[in-house]
Unconditional design. Sequence first.
Length: 356
Amino acid sequence: MIERVAIVGAGTMGAGIAQLCAQSGLSVAVHDPIPAALAALTGRLSAALASAVSKGKLTRADAARALERVRTAPALDDLAGSQFVIEAAPEDLALKQELFARLSRALPEAILATNTSSLAVRDALARVESPERALGLHFFNPPAAMRLVELVRAPATGESAFALARSFAQDALGRVPVEVADTPGFIVNRVMRPYYVRAQALLGPSAGVHAVDAACRELGGVPMGPFELMDLIGLDVNLAITRSIYEALGRPERFTPPTLQAELVARGALGRKSGRGFYLYDAGRKVGENPQARPPRPGAASPAQAWRQLRDALAEEADRLVAEGGATPESVDRAITLAMNFPRGPFQWRREGASA
């Protein structure tokens, strides 16, 4: 049974995973080589736990106990005794490889997991000693609220470590683990890519940003259209993932990083966090479309046609992933509905003969 967990990285994702583990009753040690990041951790966790209390998700006593379960670890050696390590460092391959080389020496008995979202798990873990105890465990932001965890085998991952990681995610953390091959973007980032890339090619005089988003919500029953979602994620973050998957898959034309998005990012229009992206924001509230969010070559789709084309593009990408052996149709549907809060996954839409 896993009782002591180490998190490497005290940023947004690392702090979120630490919160989830602490709320689940586990003892958590958080390491970050940047002293300021560790110093900010308690405040970050306190704010997140207070928010959970205000929403009725935790009692004040539970929040206080969760905070007490988290300690900072200025050095890797301070993680001694941890049974399960989750790396949540920046998406820099050399950095991750060096971290795992050091972690595997410092914690020779622990299960080692990378939370990478855009790098190949096998590459991130290339320098692990005893690689049979290493794998990918990809959480979604915010980890305390998102139920899905993508579980990824590296070439040398042992069955016992994989089974323990599945049990840890499911039983200790209460998440839903979905197995996926070590393929670019895994399930969610890969299958959802057309929702962001293709949507920008469909913009036109009759299908503006707001109109396309509204059609996706109304016809598809999805919580957010592609442009709202990119603004929430951050146009820069979303674009970086697109570029990573585009390169890793051999630069397929369908995933060519959109010029419009790159131009917006270059202008500092990063979405909600910067006050402008595809939309304009005032104090976090959407106030209109960004007039700079106009494609260089307008598309000819109507809003309804745009939704149907996006839905079909997701289904086609899901077909490719399954044909490559990356996941099963059931895993794809489960991952998309859990991570994106879509009412159906791409294979469910097809089975039900959606005609919207």
